[in-house]
Design a protein around this ligand. Structure first.
Ligand code: CTP
Ligand code: MG
Length: 230
């Protein structure tokens, strides 16, 4: 089992919330460690190897930040969007791997138990596994003309990571998608285009993605509260 961690984004929305911006999102500190180090902690117990995808100018820095990860780490250069970065990460997955987890560097607080649920479903034979949580807000669907209609939120789920796949199906999904112009925001949606079933397991509220400054501030409070409890 190999984990691919897409971490090659720039964090534009986070930077936009702050005067002067800051370091790239994956290297932002949460508590004493960068987001990328937290993200790896959610999956490292379950994998034999980690492939981190980062910006070309950050390969050395990211490698240095990850010196204490207890499984081998390979750091590779990412692409212009998340899909391209995952594809490049996948190219660095050894041919001996049969299962892969894809986990956003921007989700630092996913409990390891979520990873365990994804892995258990893969080991039980699922080809594609996605952790999901209920949607808290009421939702409206808006069309191109701007008209809107209520959506039944009880039938909706928000998708998190790590997402789990057989290596074969994820490679095929990225091969097919590679020729298409549009990009997907996650890997399960690419696999689904091949007609594969996507199995859902319970995610966790702590698996939220750090997108805006408010998310980082919330994560800081959670980490500080955890530390006080210990
Ligand atoms: N990602 C990536 N390569 C890209 C773009 C995104 O590996 N070219 C990664 C990010 O580093 C992140 C994950 O995909 O771990 C989810 O993306 P997102 O939250 O959108 O992060 P950013 O793209 O960095 O943020 P923004 O869209 O605000 O710029
Ligand atoms: Mg992005």
């Amino acid at each position: 089992m190999t984990a691919i961690i897409p971490a090659a984004g720039s964090g534009c929305r986070l930077a936009a919330d702050e005067a002067g911006g800051g370091p790239p999102k994956a290297l932002r500190r949460l508590g004493s460690e960068p987001l990328i180090r937290h993200a790896i902690r959610s999956v490292e117990h379950a994998v034999d190897r980690v492939v981190v995808v980062t910006r070309a100018d950050l390969v050395e820095t990211v490698t240095a930040e990850l010196s204490d990860v207890r499984v081998p780490v390979v750091v590779v250069e990412g692409g212009a969007n998340r899909q391209e970065s995952v594809r490049r990460g996948l190219a660095a997955v050894e041919s001996t791997a049969d299962l892969v987890l894809v986990h956003d560097a921007a989700r630092p607080l996913v409990p390891p138990a979520v990873t365990d649920r994804v892995v258990a479903a893969l080991r039980a034979g699922a080809e594609a596994v996605v952790p999901v949580v209920p949607v808290a807000d009421s939702l409206r669907h808006v069309d191109e003309q701007g008209s809107s209609a209520a959506v039944d939120r009880t039938s909706m789920r928000a998708v998190q990571t790590p997402q789990g796949f057989t290596v074969g199906i994820l490679r095929r999904a990225h091969e097919v998608a590679g020729a298409e112009a549009d990009t997907a925001t996650d890997d399960a949606s690419l696999v689904e285009r091949l007609g594969a079933d996507v199995m859902l397991v319970d995610g966790h509220p702590a698996g939220f993605k750090i997108t805006r400054l408010l998310d980082l501030q919330a994560a800081e409070l959670i980490v500080a509260a955890d530390r006080r409890q210990r």
